[in-house]
Design a protein around this ligand. Structure first.
Ligand SMILES: Nc1ncnc2c1ncn2[C@@H]1O[C@H](COP(=O)(O)OP(=O)(O)OP(=O)(O)O)[C@@H](O)[C@H]1O
Ligand SMILES: [Mg+2]
Length: 229
């Protein structure tokens, strides 16, 4: 269970302040598949960064599993993220010097999984995103959509309790998008993982239990879609 209360994020740009989040509150239950939607600049990535403890809100509270996570030290936040979260960045954030497989297994190694087990899990997830044949390629040797799928495999390799995905299908065609959404739907159901996914595409709504729609850093509306699947 995740609770967010009155989240505000103000970015200071010289003398100008950007109010990226303007008081956002909601609860997300364990095992929910939630879509975050809204126009460009509405605060979707900012919200994901706050919830996943990558950045601190200017104001507000976040609890995850009953823990007041914003009071954690930086090292405790890092450990918490490694143990519980998977994150797919809007710009993938792959390590350019590492192969696809090495990128995927990085979070597993950081968590202390022995190399052979991490490699086996990494191969399995690369296979699940249909990239078994690209495991030794560097990111620069992969297409945009392939890099995105490597980032997806990396986010899933530790079987995270909570998967944060920032437009994970932005560079995929509809067939690959559907494969990724089916994969998220499957892990969400089978492993009861919570999935919080930013999306621009209306047809993705068929996968979501609920949509939180942002506008100018505020919740414009919430739509319950449960029962869709
Ligand atoms: N690091 C930053 N410094 C200053 N302003 C920022 C920063 N990050 C985001 N912003 C501003 O905050 C607002 C929300 O940005 P955010 O990236 O959360 O939007 P978004 O909904 O994810 O948009 P998109 O759909 O284009 O990815 C925007 O006006 C953006 O310019
Ligand atoms: Mg964004």
């Amino acid at each position: 269970m995740i609770t967010a209360r009155n989240l505000k994020k103000i970015y200071a740009m010289g003398r100008v302040e950007v109010h990226a989040l303007n008081g956002v509150s909601f609860d997300i239950g364990t095992g929910e598949f939630v879509g975050i939607m809204g126009s460009s600049g509405s605060g979707k990535s900012t919200l994901l960064h706050m919830l996943s403890l990558l950045d601190d809100p200017t104001e507000g509270e976040i609890t995850i599993g009953g823990e007041d996570v914003l009071t954690f030290s930086d090292s405790k936040k890092t450990r918490f993220r490694l143990q519980k979260f998977g994150f797919i960045f809007q710009d993938y954030a792959l390590v350019p010097e590492l192969s696809a497989l090495e990128n995927v297994i990085l979070p597993a190694l950081a968590r202390g999984v022995p190399l052979p087990d991490a490699s086996a899990a990494g191969r399995d997830y690369l296979d699940r995103v249909d990239l078994a044949g690209r495991k030794d390629h560097l990111p620069a040797e992969l297409s945009g959509g392939e890099q995105q799928r490597v980032a997806i495999a990396r986010a899933l390799v530790n079987n995270p309790d909570i998967l944060f995905a920032d437009e994970p299908c932005a560079n995929l065609d509809s067939t690959n998008s559907r494969a990724v959404l089916d994969l998220f739907g499957q892990i969400n159901k089978e492993l009861n993982q919570t999935v919080i996914m930013v999306s621009h595409e209306d047809w993705h709504r068929e996968y979501f239990d609920r949509v939180i729609r942002l506008r100018d850093g505020k919740i414009e509306k919430e739509e319950i879609l449960k029962g869709n699947r």
